[in-house]
Design a protein around this ligand. Structure first.
Ligand code: NCD
Length: 375
């Protein structure tokens, strides 16, 4: 059918209008992409010049995130450690409020990726995230596709693909969180990697000691027990030394790794020789699940030689404080009486763990300052 000139003109005009409109909508996403709001804060370009120090306290500048992940105390300087502990003080105050929640990480999602059992660490990361108004999902290896043969990396990548901001990883293989941190975009917190490190435990131990003793500078801290298999021992040695304490170790020779003195600590094999000269006794669990063959004759003998027994407690100065990361083998590392003593900080450690983990998540996820204040 012949088309009149007028109809052809109208069609042309309509075509042009459609074309303009589609150009405009095609450009729109590009305009948005020019200033994307990052879900994950980019790692700071010059970690050495930034810190998490006291200047990061409320009322001052927003906190500087000086690294993207928390993988070990090994990577932190004294100022960074103190910055995290100072931040944890502000969160401990939040936890004492009638409504212990702040919206600092609203909209963020954290996943607990635990391939080893845990009570304290996983629950306190979970609580820390929810006290900051973040969502926290707990993954359990036992009921996941790991059972069907999925690798660690595939598992983590699939969880990350659900657009999470951070992973809290516990694994029996030393270096597993480091391996993931190199391959993922989200932040990674090491919640214990084999016998290697457990940085948040060391931070909460240091926080608890600082709370009771004021400062760790010049304090004599003795770690007792299964040093060889304890990631807590390794992180504690590094953390306490960086904060100015003098660290000594004591345990059976079979449970003290050769060369550990290189971390700057003294080694003793007799508990009675060193116990009464220190300010802090940090008891460690005998890691039965990691000890392949028997490394000490009997539990009874272990208790007698290295246990904080009621007889030793009776001789210990009341100013000496006692810590244990838990879980405790009562009657092996220490007698149950310890739990009732005012110098036992075991429960304080658990309480403080939430505040310290809030500080870590807040700093890594780039929480906003004002929202810490206005809970
Ligand atoms: C420690 C751990 O898992 O390494 N526990 C903990 O995190 N509370 C210490 C231990 O299991 O002995």
């Amino acid at each position: 059918m012949p088309v009149s000139k007028r109809t052809a003109d109208v069609r042309r005009q309509k075509r042009e209008a459609r074309l303009q409109k589609s150009k405009a909508t095609r450009q729109e996403p590009r305009a948005k992409a020019a200033s994307p709001k990052p879900i994950i804060p980019p790692p700071a370009p010059t970690p050495k010049t930034q810190n998490l120090g006291p200047e990061a306290l409320p009322g001052r500048q927003p906190p500087a995130v000086s690294r993207k992940h928390l993988l070990g105390i090994e990577d932190l300087g004294r100022k960074e450690i103190e910055g995290i502990l100072d931040r944890a003080e502000t969160f401990l105050a939040v936890l004492k409020r009638p409504i212990p929640v702040v919206p600092a990480l609203r909209g963020k999602t954290i996943v607990n990726l635990f391939f080893e059992s845990s009570t304290r660490t996983s629950s306190s990361f979970n609580l820390a995230a929810s006290r900051l108004s973040a969502q926290c999902l707990s993954f359990s290896a036992g009921t996941s596709s790991v059972k069907k043969g999925e690798t660690l990396l595939d598992t983590a990548r699939n969880i990350e693909a659900m657009r999470v901001d951070g992973l809290v990883v516990r694994h029996s293989v030393p270096g597993a969180p480091h391996f993931l941190a190199r391959r993922l975009h989200c932040f990674v917190v090491n919640a214990g990697d084999g016998c290697h490190e457990h940085p948040t435990q060391a931070l909460l131990d240091a926080f608890t000691l600082r709370q009771r003793l004021g400062s760790l500078d010049g304090k004599k801290i003795l770690l007792v027990g299964d040093i060889a298999h304890s990631r807590v021992a390794r992180s504690d040695i590094l953390c306490f030394s960086k904060l100015g304490a003098r660290v000594a170790l004591c345990g059976p020779a079979t449970l003290i790794p050769r060369g550990i003195e290189d971390l700057g600590c003294e080694v003793f094999y007799s508990l009675d020789r060193v116990l009464y000269e220190v300010d802090v006794v940090g008891m460690l669990r005998v890691q039965a699940e990691r000890i392949g063959s028997s490394l000490f004759p009997t539990v009874r003998e272990y208790r007698q030689l290295y246990g904080l027994t009621r007889e030793r407690l009776a001789k210990l100065d009341k100013s000496v404080v006692i810590t244990h990361p838990g879980p405790v083998n009562w009657g092996v590392e220490m007698d149950y009486e310890v739990s009732e003593l005012p110098q036992s900080l075991v429960m304080n450690q658990v309480t403080n763990g939430v505040a310290v983990r809030m500080a870590v998540l807040y700093l890594l996820a780039g929480g906003s300052e004002g929202e810490v204040q206005h809970g």
